[in-house]
Design a protein around this ligand. Sequence first.
Ligand code: 5GP
Ligand code: ZN
Length: 136
Amino acid sequence: MTENCIFCKIAAGEIPSAVLYEDEEFRVILDVGPASKGHMLILPKAHYADIMEMPEELTAKAFVLAKKMARKAEEALGCDGINIVQNNHEAAGQTVFHFHIHLIPRYKKDKVGLGWRTGTLTDSDREELVRKLAIK
Ligand code: 5GP
Ligand code: ZN
């Protein structure tokens, strides 16, 4: 546990939360500031600041658990869609620096403000990005 990390304390049960699932490695809780009805957070109990720090196997398990909770949300809430969001670093909107996955149920005509304006992939950007990002 990392001192002064609120999600370490929530995952350890030291700070109360609405717990939806728990096992040795994870806790799933309701977000206290929900973007929509049923907004959940998947928290590993061990402290990793972001996805870059997460071990591969735990990362895989976290996303499989997100899928399981997404299925539950569909069944139990009858939502029309689900966003799975995971923010890394301040520039990407991360405010709590303990890895977590957001699961945000979506409802037709809800007012959840996710999304972006689409740009244009120019020929030179495409060439540069394929050169820089392709994994062989
Ligand atoms: P981030 O912006 O880091 O991706 O997401 C942090 C999320 O944690 C926010 O959606 C915020 O509402 C939620 N949050 C922050 N503090 C608490 C808390 O004490 N309890 C719960 N349940 N959620 C929290
Ligand atoms: Zn932590």
